[in-house]
Design a protein around this ligand. Structure first.
Ligand SMILES: Cc1ncc(COP(=O)(O)O)c(C=O)c1O
Length: 426
C-alpha cells in the first residue's frame, strides 16, 4: 500500500477551493512504514475488535437475516430503523439523558454526524469553538466549510471555561456557530470535563446563544472515578453524537445524532443528500447484537483490557520518560497526551520513532494551524501491555537525544526554557 502523497495530479486547478484546506495527518504520510507488522502502533485509536467474539457477531447476522429478512436488505428511513433508535434511547437513558426515538437519527458513525452538522451550520468565515487540542476528524469535517476555528485551551479538568467565557465575550452573542466538545476522556488529550465546568459551559452557551455539540464516543469506557452526567442530560438543547464503534465495532459504521427537532430536520435533509439512508443491514445486525447476545459481558471484558493497557502505558511513561516531560492521566478512553518542553517539535521525531519501530501522532495534527508542536498523542487501546511498555521505551530513547540537545541550548543561553503555560497535565 502506498502513502497518501500525490506527486502529479492532472486535475489540479479543478477542485473546489475548500479542498485546499483539508489536510492529511502526519501518520497518513507514514502509513506504509507504520503498518509494518513489526511496528508497535501507539498512534491509531482503534478499538480492539479482536476481543469481540465472532460467534456473537455471526449469531447477530443470522438473526438479522432470519427475523428481519428483506427489510434488512432494503433501503430504510433516513432517520434509521426504529428498533435501533429505541435501543439508543435505552443506552442514552442509562447514561442519564432522557429522549425519545424521534429526537435522534442513526448516522454512519459519529464522523458522519460531524460532517452533517458542518454542512448544516457552516458558511465560509464562520467561527466555531472547540477544545485545543481537539479531534482531528472534526477539524477535517469542519475545514471543508472554511470556518475560523477558535481553540480553547484544556487543563487536567477539560476545557478551560474561563477562557471560553473570554472568547465568547470577545465574539459577542451568536458570535460563533457552535461549541464542539468531547467531555469524556477527550481525544486526543485524555482529560474529562469536570461536573462544575459542564454546568458553566451550558450557562455560557445559553447566555451567548451558541449551541453545544457534545461528542461522546468513549463515555462507557471508564476505568476509574464515578460516572459524570453527559451535557445532553443537563440540557435537552445540546446536540449529542454517539457511536457503536467503541461498544460494538467501528466496521459497522453506526452512530447517532440527537438534537432538538428543528436541527434534526435540517440534518435529515443533509443526510438524504449524502446517502439517502444508512445501511439497513448493519442496523439490523446491531439490533440483534444489542438484544440477543451477551454484549455487556464483551464490553466489560474490553473495558478491563483497556484499563490494563492504560495502566501499562502510565507505568511505562513513569519509568522511561525524562523528568521534564509531562502527560495526562485519562480516567477512561484510549489516549494519553504528552507535553515536551517548548521548542521541541514532535513532527520530525515521528520519522525517527518509526525507524525504531513505534508510532505516535504529533500534537500539531490536533490543532487547526500548527499549535501543539511540542506535544504528542499516545493510544493505549490496541497493543498488549508488553508492547505498550516497549513502544514507550523506544519513544523515550528518541526524546532523550533531543532533550539533551535542548538542555545544552538552554544552558548556553541560546534558547529560553519552555513556558510552563504550554503544558497540559492531569
Ligand atoms: C472524538 C471522536 N469523535 C468521533 C469519532 C468517529 O467515530 P465513528 O467511528 O463513530 O465515526 C472518533 C473516532 O475515533 C472520535 O475519537
Amino acid at each position: 500500500m502506498g502513502t497518501a502523497r500525490v506527486v502529479f495530479d492532472r486535475w489540479d486547478g479543478r477542485y473546489a477551493a475548500a479542498m485546499a484546506d483539508v489536510r492529511f495527518s502526519a501518520v497518513r504520510d507514514l502509513f506504509a512504514a507504520a503498518s509494518r507488522p513489526d511496528v508497535i502502533s501507539l498512534s491509531g485509536g482503534m478499538p480492539d475488535v479482536r476481543r469481540v467474539p465472532h460467534a456473537l457477531v455471526e449469531k447477530a447476522v443470522r438473526d438479522a437475516l432470519r427475523h428481519d429478512g428483506a427489510s434488512a436488505l432494503q433501503y430504510g428511513s433516513s432517520e434509521g430503523r426504529r428498533p435501533l433508535r429505541s435501543i439508543i434511547v435505552g443506552l442514552m437513558g442509562e447514561s442519564g439523558a432522557r429522549l425519545s426515538e424521534d429526537d435522534l437519527v442513526v448516522t454512519s458513525g459519529a464522523q458522519q454526524g460531524l460532517d452533517l452538522l458542518a454542512k448544516v451550520f457552516l458558511d465560509p468565515g464562520d467561527t466555531v469553538i472547540c477544545e485545543g487540542p481537539t479531534y482531528v476528524g472534526a477539524l477535517q469535517a469542519f475545514s471543508v466549510y472554511r470556518p475560523r476555528v477558535e481553540c480553547i485551551e484544556c487543563d487536567g479538568h477539560g476545557m478551560r471555561v474561563d477562557l471560553l467565557e473570554e472568547t465568547l465575550r470577545r465574539l459577542g452573542p451568536r458570535g460563533a456557530k457552535f461549541i464542539y466538545t468531547i467531555p469524556n476522556f477527550q481525544n486526543p488529550a485524555g482529560v474529562t470535563l469536570s461536573p462544575e465546568r459542564r454546568r458553566r459551559l451550558l450557562e455560557l452557551s445559553r447566555e451567548y446563544d451558541v449551541p453545544v455539540i457534545e461528542d461522546d464516543p468513549y463515555g462507557r469506557l471508564r476505568y476509574e472515578g464515578g460516572h459524570i452526567l453527559p451535557l445532553r442530560a443537563l440540557d435537552p438543547e445540546v446536540i449529542y453524537l454517539g457511536t457503536f464503534s467503541k461498544i460494538f465495532a467501528p466496521g459497522l459504521r453506526l452512530g447517532w445524532l440527537a438534537a432538538p427537532r428543528p436541527i434534526l430536520a435540517k440534518v435529515l435533509l443533509a443526510k438524504q443528500g449524502a446517502d439517502l439512508c444508512g445501511s439497513s443491514f448493519t442496523q439490523a445486525v446491531a439490533e440483534r447484537y444489542m438484544t440477543g447476545t451477551a454484549w455487556r459481558r464483551v464490553l466489560a471484558d474490553l473495558t478491563r483490557t483497556y484499563h490494563e493497557r492504560r495502566d501499562a502505558m502510565l507505568d511505562a511513561l513513569a519509568e522511561h520518560f525524562p523528568a521534564d516531560v509531562t502527560w495526562t492521566h485519562p480516567e477512561g478512553g484510549f489516549f494519553v497526551w504528552v507535553t515536551l518542553p517548548g521548542h521541541l517539535d514532535t513532527k520530525p521525531l515521528l520519522a525517527e520513532a518509526v525507524e525504531r519501530g513505534v508510532t505516535f501522532v504529533p500534537g500539531s495534527d490536533f490543532y487547526p494551524s500548527g499549535q501543539g508542536s511540542n506535544s504528542l498523542r499516545l493510544a493505549f487501546c490496541y497493543e498488549e501491555p508488553a508492547q505498550i511498555a516497549e513502544g514507550v521505551r523506544r519513544i523515550a530513547e528518541v526524546l532523550e537525544d533531543k532533550l539533551a540537545l535542548y538542555h545544552a541550548f538552554v544552558e548556553a543561553g541560546v534558547m529560553p526554557a519552555a513556558p510552563a503555560a504550554s503544558r497540559l497535565e492531569a
